[in-house]
Design a protein around this ligand. Structure first.
Ligand SMILES: Nc1ncnc2c1ncn2[C@@H]1O[C@H](COP(=O)(O)OP(=O)(O)OP(=O)(O)O)[C@@H](O)[C@H]1O
Length: 249
């Protein structure tokens, strides 16, 4: 049952997902996902493992095709658009598997990510300030970076050009607390610049610290939308919506 609050109602959202159904092989993974991402701020996509969060992001970016429903990005219907065109329309994506090129240097990874032209040096300076190891290892092969440094590169690739919306899938997964703090600082910085972010996050402390609005999925659909602060402060609601797998802190 849906418990829509007014927190996510937005007359002109950057992203609106209307009732999408996505199958993977014979499996009905998304079963009517409705989701609104306001312009600016961090929208969290939460829920137990396997409920369809990654599939939702991958449906938006065109990796999976919904067979029903619509995805409207910045006023344009992108439901059937090619992934490259969606990216050019202003959507950055940080996949769960990071999507970096291990055989290429950090520099080459960044150059390839800048799809509209040469890298903007002021933006690169900002990225180096947020993620200093990327400057240190600029000429090194990405495959030789540590797990945390690879995640920094993955996020930096999405941030290298200004996007209207960033989709970020579990950026803190498997990272040490110090690296998680670095990630959180960089994402907070991005948010302060006015970016809109839709983020899947299993670390509830990070979700609480960064999220403005929250959407909780279960069984292929969004079952609750509202203020992250409300969800973060209501342990009974967390338990009911997400059980114990969120490692509620
Ligand atoms: N390529 C695939 N082939 C078959 N089934 C898949 C594939 N990708 C995802 N699934 C299934 O779809 C369901 C939803 O997966 P999805 O990754 O979207 O969930 P999630 O909410 O992001 O969970 P997690 O936190 O574990 O990544 C799961 O049951 C998963 O096993």
């Amino acid at each position: 049952m849906s418990e829509q609050s007014t927190a996510t109602s937005d007359a002109d959202p950057i992203l609106r997902i209307d009732g999408i159904y996505t199958n993977i092989a014979q499996y009905h993974i998304l079963q009517g996902v409705d989701l609104v991402v306001p312009r600016g701020g961090v929208t969290m996509l939460l829920g137990r493992n396997g409920v369809g969060k990654t599939t939702t992001l991958r449906s938006v970016i065109g990796h999976w095709r919904p067979h029903q429903g619509r995805i409207i990005f910045d006023g344009e219907d992108i439901t059937s658009m090619a992934t490259a065109s969606i990216a050019r329309a202003g959507l950055g994506f940080v996949p769960e598997d990071m999507g970096i090129f291990a055989d290429l240097t950090v520099e080459e990874n960044m150059v390839l990510a800048a799809i509209s032209g040469p890298i903007n040096s002021a933006r690169l300076d900002w990225i180096f300030a947020a993620f200093p190891p990327l400057k240190t290892f600029w000429k090194s092969e990405a495959g030789n970076l540590s797990g945390g440094q690879k995640q920094m590169l993955s996020i930096a690739r999405a941030m290298i050009e200004e996007r209207k919306l960033y989709l970020i899938d579990e950026p803190t997964k498997g990272l040490a607390p110090a690296i998680i703090s670095t990630m959180a600082r960089a994402l907070r910085d991005l948010k302060r610049q006015g970016a809109a972010i839709l983020m899947v996050e299993q670390n509830f402390a990070v979700a609480k610290a960064l999220g403005d609005t929250a959407n909780v999925m279960d069984d292929g659909r969004v079952i609750w939308s509202g203020k992250m602060a409300k969800l973060g402060s209501d342990a009974t609601l967390q338990e009911r919506l997400m059980g114990l797998s969120m490692e509620v802190q």
